[in-house]
Design a protein around this ligand. Structure first.
Ligand code: C5P
Length: 231
Protein backbone atom coordinates (compact mmCIF):
# COMPACT_ATOMS: atom_id res chain seq x y z
CA UNK A 1 0.00 0.00 0.00
CA UNK A 2 1.38 3.39 -1.01
CA UNK A 3 0.47 5.57 1.99
CA UNK A 4 1.57 9.10 1.08
CA UNK A 5 0.37 10.94 4.18
CA UNK A 6 -1.07 10.22 7.58
CA UNK A 7 -2.94 12.73 9.71
CA UNK A 8 -4.57 12.48 13.13
CA UNK A 9 -7.67 10.68 11.84
CA UNK A 10 -6.94 9.58 8.26
CA UNK A 11 -4.33 7.92 6.05
CA UNK A 12 -4.09 8.75 2.37
CA UNK A 13 -3.19 5.99 -0.11
CA UNK A 14 -2.07 7.07 -3.58
CA UNK A 15 -3.93 5.26 -6.39
CA UNK A 16 -2.38 7.24 -9.27
CA UNK A 17 -4.99 9.74 -10.45
CA UNK A 18 -7.19 9.05 -7.40
CA UNK A 19 -6.65 8.42 -3.68
CA UNK A 20 -8.07 6.05 -1.06
CA UNK A 21 -8.79 7.65 2.32
CA UNK A 22 -8.53 5.25 5.26
CA UNK A 23 -10.43 6.63 8.28
CA UNK A 24 -8.76 5.72 11.59
CA UNK A 25 -10.39 5.03 14.96
CA UNK A 26 -8.44 7.91 16.58
CA UNK A 27 -10.15 10.93 18.11
CA UNK A 28 -8.20 14.02 19.15
CA UNK A 29 -8.88 17.44 20.62
CA UNK A 30 -6.90 20.51 21.62
CA UNK A 31 -4.42 20.38 18.69
CA UNK A 32 -3.74 16.72 19.46
CA UNK A 33 -3.18 17.25 23.21
CA UNK A 34 -6.05 14.88 23.98
CA UNK A 35 -6.07 11.57 22.10
CA UNK A 36 -8.01 8.30 22.29
CA UNK A 37 -8.84 5.35 20.07
CA UNK A 38 -12.54 4.43 19.84
CA UNK A 39 -13.25 1.17 18.11
CA UNK A 40 -15.44 1.58 15.00
CA UNK A 41 -15.11 5.38 14.86
CA UNK A 42 -13.37 5.26 11.47
CA UNK A 43 -16.20 3.19 10.02
CA UNK A 44 -18.89 5.54 11.39
CA UNK A 45 -17.18 8.77 10.28
CA UNK A 46 -16.26 7.46 6.83
CA UNK A 47 -19.82 6.30 6.12
CA UNK A 48 -21.28 9.62 7.33
CA UNK A 49 -18.75 11.53 5.18
CA UNK A 50 -19.51 9.37 2.14
CA UNK A 51 -23.27 9.81 2.43
CA UNK A 52 -23.17 13.57 3.13
CA UNK A 53 -20.74 14.16 0.25
CA UNK A 54 -22.99 12.10 -2.03
CA UNK A 55 -25.90 14.31 -0.93
CA UNK A 56 -23.87 17.46 -1.66
CA UNK A 57 -22.77 16.09 -5.06
CA UNK A 58 -26.45 15.65 -5.93
CA UNK A 59 -27.09 19.28 -4.93
CA UNK A 60 -24.38 20.39 -7.39
CA UNK A 61 -21.48 20.89 -4.94
CA UNK A 62 -18.22 19.53 -6.36
CA UNK A 63 -16.78 17.10 -3.79
CA UNK A 64 -13.96 14.57 -3.72
CA UNK A 65 -16.36 11.65 -3.15
CA UNK A 66 -16.29 8.76 -5.64
CA UNK A 67 -17.06 5.54 -3.72
CA UNK A 68 -17.50 4.22 -0.18
CA UNK A 69 -15.71 0.96 0.56
CA UNK A 70 -16.96 -0.43 3.89
CA UNK A 71 -16.04 -0.40 6.61
CA UNK A 72 -13.73 2.65 6.64
CA UNK A 73 -12.49 3.67 3.19
CA UNK A 74 -13.48 6.31 0.65
CA UNK A 75 -12.16 6.36 -2.91
CA UNK A 76 -11.78 10.01 -3.79
CA UNK A 77 -10.51 12.51 -6.34
CA UNK A 78 -6.87 13.37 -5.89
CA UNK A 79 -6.61 16.93 -4.58
CA UNK A 80 -3.81 19.32 -3.76
CA UNK A 81 -5.17 20.35 -0.36
CA UNK A 82 -5.19 24.03 0.61
CA UNK A 83 -3.91 24.18 4.25
CA UNK A 84 -7.01 25.92 5.60
CA UNK A 85 -9.88 25.04 7.87
CA UNK A 86 -12.94 26.74 6.44
CA UNK A 87 -15.49 27.19 9.19
CA UNK A 88 -19.12 28.02 8.47
CA UNK A 89 -21.15 29.23 11.43
CA UNK A 90 -24.91 29.62 11.74
CA UNK A 91 -24.83 29.98 15.53
CA UNK A 92 -22.28 31.22 18.06
CA UNK A 93 -20.25 28.45 19.74
CA UNK A 94 -16.76 27.23 20.59
CA UNK A 95 -13.86 29.44 19.54
CA UNK A 96 -16.27 32.11 18.24
CA UNK A 97 -17.69 32.63 21.75
CA UNK A 98 -14.20 32.53 23.30
CA UNK A 99 -13.00 35.17 20.84
CA UNK A 100 -15.97 37.47 20.37
CA UNK A 101 -18.26 36.77 23.36
CA UNK A 102 -21.98 36.00 23.31
CA UNK A 103 -23.63 32.73 24.28
CA UNK A 104 -23.41 29.20 22.88
CA UNK A 105 -26.32 28.55 20.53
CA UNK A 106 -27.18 32.20 19.80
CA UNK A 107 -28.11 32.88 16.18
CA UNK A 108 -25.75 34.84 13.98
CA UNK A 109 -27.64 37.34 11.79
CA UNK A 110 -26.22 35.69 8.67
CA UNK A 111 -23.93 32.69 7.98
CA UNK A 112 -20.29 33.48 8.71
CA UNK A 113 -17.26 31.93 6.97
CA UNK A 114 -13.90 32.00 8.78
CA UNK A 115 -10.49 30.76 7.59
CA UNK A 116 -7.92 29.30 9.94
CA UNK A 117 -4.46 28.21 8.86
CA UNK A 118 -3.90 24.49 9.51
CA UNK A 119 -0.97 24.41 11.90
CA UNK A 120 -0.96 22.69 15.29
CA UNK A 121 2.24 24.52 16.30
CA UNK A 122 0.71 27.94 15.50
CA UNK A 123 -2.66 26.77 16.93
CA UNK A 124 -4.60 27.30 13.68
CA UNK A 125 -4.52 31.13 13.54
CA UNK A 126 -7.55 32.94 12.15
CA UNK A 127 -6.84 34.58 8.78
CA UNK A 128 -8.59 37.05 6.55
CA UNK A 129 -8.46 36.87 2.75
CA UNK A 130 -5.54 39.34 2.62
CA UNK A 131 -3.45 37.02 4.82
CA UNK A 132 -4.11 34.20 2.36
CA UNK A 133 -2.91 36.34 -0.54
CA UNK A 134 0.11 37.91 1.19
CA UNK A 135 1.29 34.61 2.65
CA UNK A 136 0.83 32.89 -0.73
CA UNK A 137 -1.64 30.34 0.66
CA UNK A 138 -4.16 30.95 -2.11
CA UNK A 139 -5.46 33.68 -4.42
CA UNK A 140 -8.32 36.08 -3.73
CA UNK A 141 -10.32 34.45 -6.56
CA UNK A 142 -9.93 30.96 -5.09
CA UNK A 143 -10.73 32.29 -1.60
CA UNK A 144 -13.96 33.87 -2.93
CA UNK A 145 -14.90 30.63 -4.64
CA UNK A 146 -14.28 28.71 -1.40
CA UNK A 147 -16.44 31.16 0.59
CA UNK A 148 -19.28 30.74 -1.90
CA UNK A 149 -19.07 26.91 -1.97
CA UNK A 150 -18.69 26.64 1.81
CA UNK A 151 -21.85 28.72 2.36
CA UNK A 152 -23.81 26.69 -0.19
CA UNK A 153 -22.63 23.36 1.23
CA UNK A 154 -23.36 24.59 4.76
CA UNK A 155 -26.89 25.61 3.81
CA UNK A 156 -27.63 22.24 2.18
CA UNK A 157 -26.31 20.35 5.22
CA UNK A 158 -28.36 22.57 7.54
CA UNK A 159 -31.47 21.77 5.47
CA UNK A 160 -30.73 18.04 5.64
CA UNK A 161 -30.30 17.98 9.42
CA UNK A 162 -33.30 20.28 9.96
CA UNK A 163 -35.42 17.77 8.06
CA UNK A 164 -34.37 15.29 10.79
CA UNK A 165 -35.07 17.81 13.62
CA UNK A 166 -31.39 18.42 14.38
CA UNK A 167 -29.76 21.87 14.40
CA UNK A 168 -26.45 22.33 12.58
CA UNK A 169 -24.64 25.09 14.48
CA UNK A 170 -21.33 25.17 12.66
CA UNK A 171 -18.93 23.01 10.63
CA UNK A 172 -15.42 22.84 9.25
CA UNK A 173 -14.61 22.14 5.62
CA UNK A 174 -11.33 21.59 3.83
CA UNK A 175 -10.91 22.33 0.14
CA UNK A 176 -8.31 21.39 -2.43
CA UNK A 177 -7.62 21.81 -6.13
CA UNK A 178 -8.27 18.85 -8.43
CA UNK A 179 -5.91 17.81 -11.23
CA UNK A 180 -7.47 20.56 -13.45
CA UNK A 181 -7.06 23.22 -10.75
CA UNK A 182 -10.77 23.31 -9.89
CA UNK A 183 -11.81 23.98 -6.26
CA UNK A 184 -13.18 20.78 -4.72
CA UNK A 185 -14.53 19.93 -1.27
CA UNK A 186 -12.34 17.29 0.40
CA UNK A 187 -11.48 15.76 3.77
CA UNK A 188 -14.36 14.78 6.07
CA UNK A 189 -17.88 15.81 7.06
CA UNK A 190 -18.87 14.05 10.28
CA UNK A 191 -19.80 14.75 13.92
CA UNK A 192 -16.05 15.31 14.41
CA UNK A 193 -16.29 18.38 12.17
CA UNK A 194 -19.78 19.77 12.87
CA UNK A 195 -21.80 20.87 15.88
CA UNK A 196 -25.16 19.07 15.84
CA UNK A 197 -27.74 19.78 18.54
CA UNK A 198 -31.30 18.93 19.48
CA UNK A 199 -32.75 20.87 22.44
CA UNK A 200 -29.59 20.72 24.52
CA UNK A 201 -28.58 17.23 23.43
CA UNK A 202 -25.10 17.05 21.87
CA UNK A 203 -24.41 14.78 18.86
CA UNK A 204 -20.85 15.89 18.06
CA UNK A 205 -17.21 15.98 19.21
CA UNK A 206 -18.00 18.42 22.04
CA UNK A 207 -19.01 15.23 23.97
CA UNK A 208 -15.36 14.20 23.77
CA UNK A 209 -13.88 17.70 24.15
CA UNK A 210 -15.87 18.21 27.36
CA UNK A 211 -15.43 14.64 28.75
CA UNK A 212 -19.17 13.91 28.63
CA UNK A 213 -18.88 10.18 27.90
CA UNK A 214 -18.57 8.00 24.80
CA UNK A 215 -19.40 10.13 21.74
CA UNK A 216 -19.93 7.13 19.43
CA UNK A 217 -23.43 6.42 20.75
CA UNK A 218 -24.50 9.82 19.40
CA UNK A 219 -22.39 9.51 16.24
CA UNK A 220 -24.37 6.33 15.51
CA UNK A 221 -27.64 8.27 15.74
CA UNK A 222 -26.24 10.71 13.15
CA UNK A 223 -25.18 7.77 10.94
CA UNK A 224 -28.74 6.34 11.04
CA UNK A 225 -30.12 9.68 9.77
CA UNK A 226 -27.51 9.81 7.02
CA UNK A 227 -28.45 6.29 5.90
CA UNK A 228 -31.54 7.91 4.38
CA UNK A 229 -29.11 9.16 1.69
CA UNK A 230 -28.48 6.39 -0.87
CA UNK A 231 -24.91 5.63 -1.85
O1 C5P B 1 -13.82 25.29 17.84
P1 C5P B 1 -14.55 26.07 16.82
O2 C5P B 1 -15.74 26.78 17.36
O3 C5P B 1 -13.67 26.99 16.03
O4 C5P B 1 -15.11 25.00 15.77
C1 C5P B 1 -16.00 25.33 14.74
C2 C5P B 1 -16.42 24.06 14.01
O5 C5P B 1 -15.31 23.53 13.29
C3 C5P B 1 -16.87 22.95 14.95
O6 C5P B 1 -17.93 22.24 14.33
C4 C5P B 1 -15.65 22.07 15.09
O7 C5P B 1 -15.99 20.72 15.34
C5 C5P B 1 -14.99 22.22 13.73
N1 C5P B 1 -13.54 22.12 13.80
C6 C5P B 1 -12.89 21.02 13.25
N2 C5P B 1 -11.53 20.92 13.33
C7 C5P B 1 -10.79 21.87 13.91
C8 C5P B 1 -11.42 22.99 14.47
C9 C5P B 1 -12.80 23.08 14.40
O8 C5P B 1 -13.55 20.15 12.68
N3 C5P B 1 -9.47 21.74 13.97
Amino acid sequence: MNIVSEGKTKKVEDLGTEVMLHFKDDITAGDGAKHDVLQNKGAICSEITARLMKYLNEKGIYTMYLEYLPPNKIRARKLKMIPLEVIVRFKKAGSFVRRYGGNEGEDLPSPLVEFTYKSDTLHDPLMCVEHLEVLGITTKEIAQSIIQQAKEAGNYLKEFFESHSIELWDMKFEFGLDLDGKVCLGDEISPDTMRLRKSGEIFDKDIYRRDLGNPLEKYEVVLKLCQSIDL
